[in-house]
Design a protein. Structure first.
Length: 106
């Protein structure tokens, strides 16, 4: 393989990696997967329920400090849910590069 061809392939692979969006499972508003058959643990379900309660609240009568506390609570809950979620997400470009490397090396 000559150098020009290798540089072109590398450039195309790099561009695809940079521009390709990540592939992931469908998400709901809380950031958890909505796949049927996958039930979240009880702790996660209670956090999701709390998020829905906060979303459905009438916040017009709350003071500024109460609203601030609710925002902090929502941020903490989302952070915990994100930390507890599992999975590895690969972009299309990363998959293509892996396949190209496997082809070149094998």
């Amino acid at each position: 393989m000559n150098v020009k061809k290798f540089v072109r392939i590398t450039a195309v692979a790099a561009l695809i990696t940079i521009t390709a969006p990540a592939i992931s499972s469908p998400l709901d508003a809380t950031g958890l997967t909505t796949e049927p058959g996958k039930e979240a643990p009880a702790a996660a379900q209670s956090m999701i329920q709390r998020l829905h309660e906060i979303k459905d609240m009438d916040k017009t009568n709350l003071t500024q400090t109460e609203k601030k506390e609710l925002r902090k609570e929502v941020k903490n809950i989302k952070k915990e849910l994100k930390a507890n979620s599992r999975g590895i997400y690969l972009s299309v470009g990363a998959i293509i590069i892996i396949v190209l490397l496997l082809i070149l090396l094998l």
